[in-house]
Design a protein around this ligand. Structure first.
Ligand code: BG6
Length: 492
């Protein structure tokens, strides 16, 4: 009963939201570095600063699949604030943070490597040694503390140069540049890292800020070609990782958007199936089964899209299937065949409000039982080990006069999700190998660019405009989670 003895209790992060250290140690500019912060109070959306071909400038509001027009490129406007440049400064606080992770008792720590720290422009002839050394030190410190690093190779991250000069992932050459980066880090950290994740939330890689491609939604041929290149790069990464070290475990990563039909009307069921295929099943099927499923081939045919492939690609896809499925789980969605009901928020995309569950301050439906459902669906369909690599609650935290932070709402959220995980393991027989709380330390919100939307077990003194001392404080959830890990999930 309960959690397996070697269960990977952990907490997670992502370089573009956590690291900061902008241009330090030879780092280059990533498209993410051109994204402004949003402002939930004044309803200012997160945006990307762009320069058009005629030299004029502007900004594009970010939404799922946000599009930058052809000829325009992202740039950094010196008069604007870009939260990724400092973020919560893991770059300057990595020793202190890993010491705190050791105190917390983490068995694992999920983080990502910043592509532009290793290849500042993406197409450089040589990697940046200073960037490689930065991660050497981090992995060594994790190893010494008995913390297993779980490393995402690409977390919403594309070198700006590849976006502006190559049109990002729409260009096949970017696959080669990515693989050169991957080979560099797989070889360099061969004895320090065992668990790898290829692309974070591969099912969300549709917008310019994540894939560096102009004309995404308006040019479906180009968008589908870019997605194909990303899936191919992921499969080739799996093959390469196994060749470099047969003990490497490589996972895919998906935002698991669990969805319920609005009613038992067959039209709603069909709408839910279509949503699932589009937003999650396709990515899971390709990476777990090794080929494009027939429903996707039919869709491409219907839309007149013809993927440009090279010989050997099909073999790479079929031989590059993943060792485990990593996924994020925050909220569930309700799908209807027609516009009905009140809408609410969610991870990247909104959905119809579910009257049976509560909502977070940001309107995301809180659905712990949905996590058990997701675990069952994934395990029964793919039979691959599962790892939850993001789960947590974005909320405003208050620092009391004595410096304490009583985030009982976060503890409640995590407790309920862990209880459902336990049932999935002990009652349903799901093979769940790890759980990463999002996030270890407070980080910039990916969706809104705010700091006020905090997820961390560890608080960071930093506000939406980048003011703060960056001092760390352990929240009540830190001490609670420490007890969970110590008792292997028995004391919740
Ligand atoms: C996932 C991302 O979509 O959700 C993270 O992988 C992100 O990068 C997390 O931070 C929470 O979303 P948000 O928009 O609240 O930061």
């Amino acid at each position: 009963m309960g959690f397996p003895k070697d269960f990977l209790w952990g907490a997670a992060s992502a370089a573009n939201q956590y690291e900061g250290g902008f241009l330090s140690g030879g780092k280059g500019i990533s498209v993410q570095d051109t994204m402004t912060g949003g402002d939930g109070i004044h309803n200012v959306p997160r945006s990307i600063s762009v320069k058009y071909a005629d030299g004029s400038t502007g900004s594009i509001d970010l939404k799922f699949g946000s599009e930058v027009p052809k000829g325009a490129v992202a740039y950094i406007d010196p008069n604007k604030y870009y939260p990724s440049h400092v973020a919560t400064d893991f770059y300057g606080h990595w020793q202190e943070d890993i010491d705190l992770f050791a105190k917390l008792g983490l068995k694992s720590f999920r983080m990502s490597i910043n592509w532009t720290r290793i290849f500042p422009n993406g197409d450089d002839a040589q990697p940046n040694e200073e960037g490689l050394e930065f991660y050497d030190r981090i992995f060594e410190k994790c190893n010494e503390a008995g913390i297993e690093p779980i490393v995402t190779l690409n977390h919403f991250d594309c070198p700006l140069h590849l976006a502006s000069q190559y049109d990002g992932w729409a260009n096949r050459r970017v696959v080669d540049y990515f693989l050169r980066y991957v080979e560099t880090v797989l070889l360099r950290y061969k004895d320090k890292v065992r668990y790898w994740i290829t692309f974070n939330e591969i099912n969300f890689l549709r917008g310019y800020e994540m894939i560096g491609v102009t004309e995404t939604e308006s040019n479906p041929q180009k968008l589908q070609q870019a997605i194909y290149h990303i899936l191919l790069a992921s499969a080739k990464t799996v093959q390469m990782a196994h060749k470099i070290n047969k003990h490497n475990k490589v996972g895919m990563m998906i935002a698991y958007l669990l969805s319920y039909p609005y009613t038992c009307n067959p039209d709603d069921i069909l709408a839910e199936i279509a949503f699932s295929k589009d937003i999650k099943d396709f990515y899971l099927d390709v990476q777990c089964k090794g080929y494009y499923p027939t429903y996707k081939l039919k869709e491409l045919e219907r839309e007149g899209i013809k993927l440009i492939k090279e010989s050997g690609d099909d073999q790479s896809l079929s031989e590059g299937t993943v060792d485990y499925i990593a996924f994020s789980y925050y909220n569930s969605n309700v799908i209807s065949s027609k516009p009905v009901g009140e809408m609410t928020g969610g991870n990247q995309i909104g959905s119809i409000k579910n009257p049976y569950i509560e909502q977070s301050e940001w309107g995301w439906g809180i659905d712990p039982k949905g996590l058990r459902i997701a675990l069952n669906l994934l395990w029964n369909k793919y039979n691959k080990p599962l790892m939850i690599v993001e789960n947590g609650l974005g909320a405003k935290d208050k620092v009391e006069e004595d410096g304490s932070i009583h985030d009982d709402y976060r503890i409640d959220f995590l407790r309920k999700h862990i209880q459902e995980m336990e049932k999935a393991i002990s009652e349903d027989g799901v093979n769940l190998i790890g759980y990463q709380v999002w996030s270890a330390v407070d980080v910039v919100s990916a969706g809104s660019g705010e700091m006020r939307k905090r997820y961390g077990l560890i608080y960071v003194d930093q506000d939406d405009q980048g003011h703060g001392t960056l001092e760390r404080r352990c929240k009540d959830s830190f001490y609670w989670y420490k007890g969970v890990i110590e008792t292997n999930g028995e004391k919740l």
